[in-house]
Design a protein around this ligand. Sequence first.
Ligand code: MTE
Ligand code: MOS
Length: 766
Amino acid sequence: MSRLSERPTTAEVGAARPHESAALHVTGRALYTDDVALRTPHLLHAHPVNAPHAHARVTRLDPKPAYDVPGVVRVLTGDDVPGVNDAGTKHDEPLFPTEVMFHGHAVAWVLGESLEAARIGAAAVEVDYEPLPSIITVVEAIEQGSFQGAQPRLERGDVGAGLAGAAHVFEGDFDFAGQEHFYLETHASLATVDDDGQVFIQSSTQHPTETQEIVAHVLGLSSHQVTVQCVRMGGGFGGKEMQPHGFAAVAALGARLTGRPVRVRLTRQQDMTMSGKRHGFHASWKVGFDDDGRLQALEATLTSDGGWSLDLSEPVLSRALCHIDNAYWIPHVRVDGRVAKTHKTSQTAFRGFGGPQGMLVIEDILGRCAPSLGIEPAELRRRNFYEEGQATPYGQPVRHAERLGLAWDQVLTTSDFAERRAAIDRANAENPHSKRGLAITPVKFGISFNFTSFNQAGALVHVYKDGSVLINHGGTEMGQGLHTKMLQVAATALGLPIERVRLAPTRTDKVPNTSATAASSGADLNGAAVKDACEQILARLEPVREKLGAAAPWDDVVRTAYLDRIQLWAAGFYKTEGLTWDAAAVQGSPFKYFAYGVAAAEVTVDGFTGAYRVDRVDIVHDVGDSLSPLVDIGQIEGGFVQGVGWLTLEDLRWDASDGPHRGRLATQAASTYKLPSLSEMPTDLRVALLERATEDGAVYGSKAVGEPPLMLAFAVREALREAVAAFGVSTPSTGSGTGGTKPSVELDSPATPEAVYWAIERARGA
Ligand code: MTE
Ligand code: MOS
């Protein structure tokens, strides 16, 4: 076992602890960025001037009338930018645009003594627009050849020969929706300047270093003049990986120009209309199976809807390509990827980062083809699992492939899958108006940033003279429990009770050059860096321990070390070894390991309305040796439910008509955008962690957990498909194995009750 993964016999890691801020969260005492803002004297409030067109040229912008509004202090326009007028890293995102690229795009910002003054001021700013033709849907973009960024191709073997030799060939296409992050805390930033004009920004950001860099280039400053702090986020889910930068830059610009603290905090409607979402995709595919249902070849084109600028669309697309195989060995593969450019918000990271989109394509293919092959979907999936020794289409060996089968078998057993399957078939045969479905699906998800350089992290650990410990690390807390895990790691490494360790908020002047807290790798990377810092300190304390004897209490060792002039703090660092990635060739071993999971879901569908409920879900998920089991189970439950939301409820609608509101997001609030809530939780949800699952390559034998469980939700979608199919057949299915072929069921995504209703109508007609 590696030194990194070795765990002492008594350890704080592995203890079931509540989230370190749980008590603050539930009592409302936890402070978020905007709570800090509202406690700041002399605060100015910012309000955007939103364009009412999907695509238009700004022909005139006159801020003067806004200054007649009482309480308006300053209008910010492109002329005010001292540095680079760009909010991104690709230089395709003007912060103050002269060309409006989506409905709601902010062309100017107004600062006021109150938010109301700023709002009325924003309405008073006079802007003339020359409307331009717009592209709203990904299909329109494909028709018009509107793409942006690289067009990677993932290829292995000979797809033509593979399809030619396949006994069964199917083809189809699939247009599926994105997802709104709907973090509880909307985008928020607070900027202040010091006596020398240096900027301090508190931002709800998953990537403080990049927020710092972008604020610096907008203001024409160096990074050392800009400090970014993130106290905590009320959810990020990937939506705060790149999107906070522009809002932070507006606050910072306002603070520099007025000398006063400036707050930007979006309302829910502003957040939904102005910030990027999960990419919806269009996929077209052709697939070949042999007579036993073994995948032979897959040819596909994935087109993601990138919105108006690139943002993270290219890496999201890479991850989609790298996950189109999910858990399945496909000898011949050719997948082309491209990013559509449309006049919508700039779509961005969202839990899974393209992985869910890639995997949805193959799961949809298997769900659609199983009936035509005459093979039970569960059997079809199981037959195609990777085996140890096989590699992904991009060339990475699938280590621990046997865990797929282990988790699968465990779910089949603990969920009584076979008995329930038989009972459901009997019930379906008797009940014409309500049908049940039961499905089981696997997840294999690669852990690490595809881009190798991002796989590094830093930490700063201080031991004070009284023996208490303060830790800082490069990761941000968004509710996922990273800080809880880092406290447990430090306590374990130092051999201290967790109460002796405190954790301070993430700041770029404590730990510099950090990566986004993303790709689920926060605990892997920062945990290893915290451990490294602790071990450096322990090594320096060795001579003191020898002098005082092994039984000497920690506080005595620390006091003596101080008097002996031994450095009691350390900066830790970690980089993941053994990663390779060629983004252009789409080849390499970009992931340190794979996280595995399996879910079985049962649903009941009403034939009159398409309404359904999720009755029971059984999950077995691989988190290695858990650092913090309560946190991990929370992540699995939360990720799963968020995935169910994406696949079955959450329906982003843009106005794609030629009317005056073309391009406007029609679902701008919780009233029209349906989120999963307590009432959509499965009645019976059982989560187990895969046992004996030590991961040799990661801190204390653990595995990342943040994103992979989202994709367990495919089981619900596939269960809905089975229930829909049951409305179309009069005889019960034959259980496992090869029976006769049956009509295949196509299901929209999201599979809303309405979509399920239409699928039932089609199944009845088939
Ligand atoms: N859990 C909560 N409660 N809130 C969040 O915003 N974000 C998810 C996941 N779990 C998120 C969450 C996403 S998108 C990622 S990448 C990981 O947490 C990031 O944290 P980690 O790297 O520490 O797992
Ligand atoms: Mo998560 S989508 O990698 O922030």
